[in-house]
Design a protein around this ligand. Structure first.
Ligand code: BDR
Ligand code: CA
Length: 315
C-alpha cells in the first residue's frame, strides 16, 4: 500500500516513521511536516534524521507552522519530546535536505499522479496540512483511500480522556478547526485516539526499554535513547503514532466503530474536545450520521510484537 506520512516528529512520530519504512507492505511516497511537538524546522530535521538512520530516500516537504486560525502550532518544550522534539540528545544534523515544494502541494501532486484509492494518508500531528489540502483541491482529495489520523479522546474507553487539557487530545487541541474540517470532509477518516493509544497493553515499559537497550544496534540505540525521557518521567512510553501506522498494515489490530464526532472549537474549557453523543434514546438527525471510524479497542500484544520485530529486533 502506498502511504504519505504527515507528521510532527516528535519521538513517537519518529518511531512511526521507522515502523513504516521497515514494513514491506508499505511504500512511503512522501513525508510531509507540520509543527506540533516541536517547531516546523526541528520536526523536519528530525524526519530527515530518521530517513538517514534507516537509509531511505523519501521526499520530505515542510508544511504549516500555524493553525487554521493563525495560532502557533508548535509547543516550545514537552517532557516527552524535549526542546528539539527528539529528547534533546544533540543528534547530528542530517545531510539530506527537505524539498522546496510545500507539503500541501506535494500531497496534491502525489495524489494526481496516482489512481483513485491508491494512497492512504497517515497523519500523526495536528491536522492543519490535511485540512488545507482538502480545501485547496477537494476533487483530488477524493482520490485518497483513507486518512488515518492519530488524534482525539473519545471517552469510549477509560483511557479516552484528554492529555493536553482534561478533555482534549494534543493533535486535535493544537488545531480543532482543522480536525473539524477533516472529520466533516466526507472522506474515509479513521481516528486512532487516546482510547486505544493510552491502553496500557500497548505501553513500552521499563523492562521492554531494557531489552531494547540490550539489542545494541544503531536503530535500537536510537529508539532506546529517544524514549528514555518518557520512561524516566512516567515509567512507560505510549507509542501513539506507531499504532496509526500499524493499523494501515493490519487493520484487525483494532476494533472500529463508525461514529458521529463533533469537534469543539469554541468552549473556554473544552476547546479541542472530540464529542460523541452516547445518548441512545435520542434519535440522530440526518446530518449526524457517522463521519469518523473511531478505534475503540486494540490487541496490545500483537501490536507490540509487530513494533518490536520491525522497529527494534531486525534492524
Ligand atoms: C499525540 O500528540 C503528540 O505529542 C504525539 O506525537 C502524538 O501524535 C498524542 O496525543
Ligand atoms: Ca505526533
Amino acid at each position: 500500500m502506498k502511504v504519505i506520512l504527515d507528521m510532527d516528529p516528535g519521538v513517537d512520530d519518529a518511531l512511526a516513521l521507522i515502523l513504516a519504512l521497515n514494513s514491506k507492505e508499505l511504500e512511503v511516497l512522501a513525508v510531509t511536516i507540520v509543527a506540533g511537538n516541536t517547531s516546523l524546522s526541528n520536526a523536519t530535521i528530525n524526519a530527515l534524521r530518521v530517513l538517514e538512520l534507516i537509509g531511505c530516500d523519501v521526499p520530505v516537504a515542510m508544511g504549516e507552522s500555524k493553525s487554521i486560525m493563525g495560532y502557533e502550532l508548535a509547543m516550545p518544550f514537552t517532557f516527552i519530546h524535549g526542546y528539539d522534539g527528539l529528547g534533546d540528545l544533540n543528534l547530528p544534523i542530517p545531510n539530506k535536505k527537505a524539498e522546496s515544494i510545500h507539503a500541501i502541494d506535494l500531497i496534491i501532486d502525489k495524489l494526481k499522479s496516482h489512481s483513485y484509492g491508491e494512497i492512504t494518508i497517515i497523519a500523526t500531528g495536528p491536522l492543519t496540512n490535511i485540512a488545507k489540502f482538502i480545501i485547496k483541491d477537494y476533487e483530488v482529495a477524493k482520490k485518497v483511500n483513507q486518512i488515518i489520523s492519530m488524534g482525539g479522546a473519545f471517552n469510549i474507553t477509560p483511557y479516552g480522556i484528554g492529555n493536553q487539557t482534561p478533555v482534549a487530545e494534543f493533535n486535535i487541541f493544537r488545531d480543532p478547526e482543522a480536525a473539524s474540517i477533516v472529520y466533516n470532509s466526507r472522506l474515509n477518516v479513521t481516528a486512532v485516539g487516546l482510547d486505544v493509544t493510552m491502553n496500557p497493553s500497548i505501553f513500552i515499559d521499563k523492562e521492554m526499554h531494557k531489552k531494547i537497550l540490550e539489542k545494541d544496534t544503531k536503530t535500537s540505540k536510537f529508539v532506546a535513547n529517544i524514549i528514555k525521557r518518557s520512561i524516566e518521567n512516567y515509567g512507560f512510553f505510549a507509542p501513539h503514532d506507531p499504532l496509526a501506522v500499524a493499523i494501515s498494515i493490519d487493520p484487525k489490530l483494532v476494533k472500529i466503530m463508525p461514529l458521529h464526532v463533533k469537534v469543539e472549537t469554541k468552549g473556554e474549557f473544552t476547546r479541542g474536545q472530540t464529542i460523541i453523543d452516547k445518548r441512545w434514546w435520542v434519535k440522530k438527525k440526518e446530518d449526524e450520521k457517522s463521519n469518523v471510524n473511531v478505534c475503540v479497542d486494540v490487541d496490545g500484544k500483537r501490536f507490540l510484537d509487530m513494533f518490536m520485530e520491525r522497529v527494534v529486533e531486525n534492524w
